[in-house]
Ligand binder design. Structure first.
Ligand SMILES: Cc1cc2nc3c(=O)[nH]c(=O)nc-3n(C[C@H](O)[C@H](O)[C@H](O)COP(=O)(O)OP(=O)(O)OC[C@H]3O[C@@H](n4cnc5c(N)ncnc54)[C@H](O)[C@@H]3O)c2cc1C
Length: 248
């Protein structure tokens, strides 16, 4: 049975685009109906494969943004202007198009409300995507697990899921923004990169033994993990996912 399950995840499946939504000027969310989708856990990702007319193929990983929801999954993709795959996903895909994907992949960077808390989620840019799946799952199940989300973006207009996060703030979830490059007038949130002092303020304290998930570009993840260890968090409770280029 276990073998069949693994083979199932490794099967490339047809994924039909059913919606495209703009999150920020550089980020879109694409919704797919996936043929035979086996379901997923918040934090898992998929491999996406594109095939050109001449047979050339390119493959990348994308976290699943949505909470488990039958055969439907959502991916949130940031366009890298010089990228090979991301501009196609953000600019070219339309409802009715089909791509291939396989998954879900990953069993380590996952969280379900049944695993309890407190929970500290630290995101840099599009690194918020798998953490959003956790936050959405928490909300869908009506969980009140103590959850802090510290989300670093360049500017207010780059904050992915901004309105939805505002709406979810409360009921044990506290959302803190850090804007590193520019801040709107009257900004009262953080206006610098994530550091140990900020992490200590956001909490929970190491003595509360939070489960910690950190996701974003490789240098961001490494700096945050280092600061967390410096504060006294147990390395084994810090789970990380790096979105950097392959091998980065
Ligand atoms: C487990 C996992 C989950 C991921 N989930 C997401 C997600 O939910 N949303 C999302 O937008 N991306 C995600 N990524 C990143 C994604 O897989 C691609 O790396 C990204 O979309 C760039 O692909 P590309 O083909 O457009 O760029 P490429 O053609 O691969 O690269 C173009 C240029 O950008 C640089 N580069 C590549 N990747 C990055 C990056 N992530 N940040 C900065 N520079 C980069 C390269 O070095 C190169 O110079 C995830 C990566 C991993 C490993």
């Amino acid at each position: 049975m276990a073998g069949a399950a693994v083979l199932g995840r490794l099967t490339w499946r047809a994924a039909d685009v059913v919606g495209v939504a703009t999150e920020t000027p550089r980020v879109k969310t694409i919704a797919f109906d996936v043929d035979g989708w086996p379901g997923h856990l918040p934090g898992q990702h998929v491999d996406v494969r594109l095939t050109a007319e001449d047979g050339y193929q390119a493959q990348r990983s994308y976290s699943i943004a949505s909470a488990p929801d039958g055969a439907r999954i959502e991916l949130t993709v940031e366009r890298l202007d010089d990228g090979e795959v991301s501009p196609y996903l953000t600019d070219e895909l339309r409802p009715g198009d089909e791509i291939e994907l396989r998954g879900p992949v990953g069993g380590y960077f996952v969280w379900e409300p049944s695993r309890g808390g407190p929970l500290l989620l630290v995101a840099g840019g599009s690194g918020v995507v798998p953490l959003m799946a956790m936050v959405r799952r928490r909300a869908a199940l009506g969980s009140d697990v103590d959850t802090r989300l510290l989300f670093s973006s360049r500017a207010w207009d780059d904050v992915i899921y901004r309105d939805e996060l505002e709406g979810l703030n409360g009921d044990g979830l506290r959302v803190h923004h850090a804007l590193t490059r520019s801040q709107p007038p009257g900004w009262s949130g953080y206006a610098r990169r994530v550091d140990a002092e900020m992490l200590a303020e956001v909490g929970p304290a190491p003595s509360e033994r939070p489960q910690i998930y950190v996701c974003g570009p490789t240098p961001f993840v490494e700096a945050v993990a280092e600061a967390l260890v410096e504060l006294g968090h147990e390395p084994l409770r810090i789970k990380t996912e790096r979105f950097g280029p392959t091998g980065g």
